[in-house]
Design a binder for this molecule. Structure first.
Ligand SMILES: C[S@@+](CC[C@H](N)C(=O)[O-])C[C@H]1O[C@@H](n2cnc3c(N)ncnc32)[C@H](O)[C@@H]1O
Length: 210
């Protein structure tokens, strides 16, 4: 009961942070309990559904992949265990990155704010994966434009958007405008499980850059 309360309050706090400083502070304090809480208590599967979907399309295990909002490295671990070892991780929380770093599954890890212009050249990655980071109070749909810019033509972008965030922010508009400018096209998009113990779903999206 005590743990359930802590889980609900940590997730609730991140979804309701009033600005990025507050959000960063929440992850700073939560980092060491994050995986236990989201997996064992909330039944989070965002890292699994994105990794599995991406790997069903990404054939070359040498592919250069960016894990955007990598957190403690759940996605990186999954990809590494499936022989994808050319993976970079970025996140804006030092404490989350420090846990990811201990896993030794990333080629590199960088402190990056995904809401800003990214310090990468155009067309660098074969794929970008972003699990659990397009969610309330975190990173909004405009950040998709930068992810498209840094992905190679023919490369993939796989991400989740939590249900409430999908409904509240203009994801469909940004996605459509990227389709209209022929920057990418939809490969798959469907409603999926997300936080299974909480009964929360997400949009699971896979786009190909053109
Ligand atoms: C729910 S966690 C997901 C982490 C990981 N992808 C996973 O599946 O476990 C959201 C992550 O987004 C990061 N984040 C939030 N806002 C960010 C921003 N503006 N730039 C970069 N990372 C951000 C947080 O630090 C946190 O690690």
């Amino acid at each position: 009961m005590k743990k359930t309360k802590r889980m609900i309050s940590s997730i609730y706090d991140t979804l309701n942070a009033s600005d990025s400083d507050e959000l960063e502070g929440i992850y700073k304090n939560w980092a060491k309990n994050y995986e236990h809480d989201v997996i064992n208590l909330a039944g989070y599967v965002g890292h699994l559904i994105t990794s599995e979907l991406l790997l069903s399309y990404l054939t070359k295990d040498k592919a250069k992949v960016l894990d955007a909002g990598c957190g403690t490295g759940l996605v990186g671990e999954f990809l590494f265990n499936n022989n994808f070892k050319n993976v970079e991780g970025v996140d804006f929380s030092k404490e989350m990155l420090s846990i990811a770093s201990n896993k030794k599954v990333y080629q590199s890890l960088k402190l990056v704010d995904l809401t800003k212009k990214l310090d990468y050249k155009d067309c660098v990655f074969d794929a970008v994966i972003c699990a659990g980071t397009f969610t309330c109070g975190h990173v909004g749909p405009e950040a998709l434009r930068e992810l498209v810019r840094i992905t190679k033509k023919g490369g993939y972008i796989c991400f989740t958007v939590r249900k409430q965030e999908w409904e509240a922010a203009p994801y469909e508009k940004v996605i459509q405008s990227l389709e209209d400018s022929m920057s990418w096209f939809e490969v798959e998009r469907h409603t999926s499980n997300y936080n299974t113990q909480e009964g929360i779903s997400c949009q699971l999206c896979l786009f190909q850059v053109t």
